[in-house]
Design a protein around this ligand. Structure first.
Ligand code: ADP
Ligand code: ZN
Length: 728
């Protein structure tokens, strides 16, 4: 990407976020402009936001080329970020305007220098407030008193703006000019942590990589609690010392709280945060501080990759194997892979940290593309938990109970000693199946093809596929017989019932993502549990991710076989990762922990690998299987998701596309399908998927582009290309 400047009247290309798909010609405005400048340009009758994207092509009638309306008061987008957007668009086959949208999410970008009004709590809050007014007050309180704009406050409180204006008249809410961006507190990298054992070599290697200032990818592998975070924070410290910016990606917002506290302890101040839980006002500040180079350290979700860093010096992807790094809506991309690309373009090292790396990353290490650093033991006195299986074929449990005698005894022993236990079941809700005992019918979702799951705490049926909810019916929707709807199988809520019945004296807490209205509530609950507010935790996979529960010494997995069913080739990898992560929750301080897996197939190779068999042997076996099947990471894959309200149409269209596979066959790629997509119906749209499989070295994107360009997509049909799909 170039970094030219253009005199007034010169032809420039401008990329907008409008779905036109191409860079349009304009004339540089009075005073000129430069590549990367944020500008406002006329488009039809409107004015839209754009970025100057090189010289104009001059392929338009010169008389019709209009001038740029104005250059915005925002730091220009650097060539580096523009190159990243271009390459990410090429890789994911995403139209460039859609990519640009990810990088222009900074609120207020188009507002230029206009002074904005913000709102905060003012004087005393009267006792008698209307429901809506009360929500406004609550919303302002929730964000720790930070001022909010009218729009964001109205959205957060779910009310009209007139309600807020009313509160301003009463003096309860104060309206004022937005303060100028406050600078972030300076992080102090001086105080070094004392690394120990093999942390030292790992820390040195990463610090050297940051110092070298060149692109490299390193897997930092170590069991939970081995000090990976400690080690990469040293690399962050080096980055800050050098005056460069560091970015750490976390897979869950819920994890940031603990992380921020640690950073504050290490550096004396907090990093900038970038994720969906950050207010618009704060985001605007973060965006500007990153662009001006003042933000030294950003911790964020995957979208933080699109921030306008000035001097990016290090990228860390923590829990790199986590599936939530894959964005499954809008632009389909895997943030782990995009982080590698971002670092490559910026010319800086990227660290992928995990206790259970993805097979993709493992294979890249084997192939010599990525480096690897190992932390072999837990830090300090903490040791890895003892792992064992409980053979459920011999458990002889009564109906509607799922805790074996052995696991029950282990929990009882922890209770007696005042230690915590975790009962893990990766199933939200009360029971996975609700059916009518009279006719056998199950309640389906009205909006998609999934069955509804009973959530007793919410007193509703919930669709885990599309999120729709409805009340639990008294009578069977099919045969109309009343009082016969019955729960079959356990979900976490039902496990809580069983646990409470068995241990009436225990304090039981359920941790499941649907039980918390916000990340804030979830965080508060996690902190309370970590401090000892519960004896037994019943949890879904949100407890597997990084949270530190110092009092926890037992993990009981109710159904270790759960992830092994189904045909997904990644099932073994996922189960292995999840079970290892969950087991890693036990015994993170002085007391040794134990993890017990209930299983019906103790001989299964995955179960045996989880139990601490030779981990590298497991990965080699997995790799061999994938190689034989020719699937990622030893082959390339892409999904084409077609959706339409009309099932017949979408299948016919898919079939036609599959027939015209010439451009794919030319490069030796094969197409499978159409078949129902993993999520086969969403919001009234039927979804089918074609899967394309190709050799490792095939120029897949080019072939795909040529292939889909052969057909015209009808208006009511949507097509999305998913490079490297998660399931296959
Ligand atoms: P991981 O990221 O691999 O799960 P952490 O970095 O969170 O591991 O380390 C686990 C615990 O051990 C943390 O409480 C951390 O503060 C502590 N710890 C690890 N290494 C050190 C060290 N060298 N000095 C002091 N504490 C450490
Ligand atoms: Zn649904």
């Amino acid at each position: 990407m170039s970094d030219r400047t253009y005199a007034a009247g010169e032809l420039v290309g401008v990329l907008t976020t409008e779905p036109l798909g191409r860079v349009l010609d304009y004339r540089a405005p009075e005073g000129g402009c430069g590549d990367g400048d944020f500008v406002e340009v006329p488009l039809g009758p409107r004015r839209v936001l754009g970025v100057v994207w090189g010289r104009g092509k001059g392929d338009w009638d010169p008389a019709k080329v209009r001038p740029v309306s104005r250059v915005l008061d925002a730091p220009p987008m650097r060539a580096e970020l523009r190159t990243f957007l271009q390459r990410a668009a090429d890789y994911t086959l995403t139209p460039l305007p859609q990519m640009l949208r990810l990088a222009t999410r900074a609120p207020g970008l188009g507002e230029g220098v206009a002074v904005r009004r913000v709102y905060r709590l003012g004087g005393a809050v009267p006792n008698q407030l209307t429901e809506a007014r009360h929500r406004v007050v609550e919303a302002l309180r929730a964000f720790g008193g930070a001022p909010m704009t009218l729009g964001e406050l109205a959205e957060e409180a779910g009310c009209g703006t007139s309600v807020i204006k009313g509160l301003v008249k009463l003096g309860v809410v104060v309206e004022e000019d937005a303060p100028r961006d406050l600078p972030f507190a300076t992080l102090d990298p001086a105080g070094a942590a004392v690394l120990a054992g093999d942390q030292v070599a790992a820390g040195d290697a990463l610090v050297a990589a940051v110092n070298g200032g060149e692109y490299s990818t390193t897997l930092l592998k170590g069991v939970t609690g081995s000090g990976k975070t400690e080690v990469y924070l040293e690399a962050v410290a080096e980055c800050i010392r050098l005056g460069r910016q560091a970015l750490v990606l976390l897979p869950e917002i819920a994890l940031t709280a603990e992380f921020l506290t640690r950073v504050e302890a290490r550096f004396g101040a907090r990093p900038a945060e970038w994720h969906s839980g950050v207010t618009q006002t704060e985001r605007r500040r973060v965006w500007r501080m990153v662009a001006s180079g003042q933000a030294q350290f950003v911790v964020g979700a995957r979208s933080a990759l699109f921030l306008p860093f000035q001097r990016l010096g290090l990228v860390v992807v923590d829990e790199e194997h986590d599936t939530s790094y894959k964005q499954e809506e809008g632009v389909l991309y895997n943030a782990r892979d995009m982080a590698v690309l971002r670092a490559a373009v910026a010319g800086c090292p990227v660290v992928l940290a995990s206790a259970t790396p993805s097979l993709e990353t493992w294979a890249n290490v084997e192939a010599g593309k990525y480096g690897r650093l190992d932390l072999s033991a837990r830090y300090g006195p903490a040791e890895m938990p003892d792992l064992g299986v409980i053979d459920m074929r011999e458990a002889n449990l009564p109906a509607n109970s799922w805790i074996s005698a052995k696991l029950g005894a282990e929990i009882g022993a922890r209770l007696d000693r005042g230690e915590q236990s975790l009962v893990f079941l990766n199933r939200r809700g009360y029971a996975p199946v609700t059916l009518c005992r009279a006719c056998g019918a199950q309640v389906g979702c009205d909006h998609c093809d999934a069955r509804m799951v009973e959530h007793r705490f919410l007193k509703r049926l919930v669709c885990h596929q599309c999120g729709a909810t409805k009340p639990m019916p008294e009578a069977c929707p099919s045969c109309k017989v009343e009082g016969k709807m019955a729960a079959v199988g356990p979900g976490v809520e039902r496990m809580a019932e069983e646990v409470q019945a068995r241990f009436p004296q225990a304090r039981v807490a359920v941790l499941s993502s649907d039980l918390f209205g916000s990340a804030r509530e979830l965080k508060a609950q996690i902190e309370a549990i970590a401090a000892g507010a519960a004896d037994i935790i019943i949890g879904t996979q949100i407890v597997a991710k990084g949270h530190n529960f110092p009092l926890l010494t037992l993990v009981g997995v109710i159904d270790a076989d759960l992830g092994l069913q189904g045909s997904d080739l990644r099932a073994a990898e996922r189960t292995f990762q999840l079970m290892r992560q969950v087991a890693g929750r036990a015994g993170r301080s002085e007391k040794r922990g134990a993890a017990w897996l209930q299983t019906h197939q103790p001989e299964h190779p995955v179960i045996r690998a989880i139990l601490g068999g030779d981990e590298e042997a497991f990965w080699r076996a997995e790799a061999a299987e994938r190689k034989a099947a020719g699937v990622p990471p030893y082959g390339r894959m892409a999904g084409v998701i077609l959706s339409s309200p009309d099932l017949q149409q979408v299948f016919d269209f898919g079939a036609e596309l599959a027939r015209r596979d010439g451009p794919l066959r030319k490069v030796g790629a094969q197409v499978f399908g159409p078949a129902p997509a993993p999520i086969a119906r969403v919001r009234g749209r039927h979804r089918v998927r074609l899967l394309v499989k190709a050799g490792k070295l095939v120029p897949l994107q080019a072939a795909l582009a040529e292939w889909v360009a052969q057909v015209r997509v009808p208006n009511n049909l949507r097509m999305a290309i998913d490079i490297d799909p998660q399931s296959f």
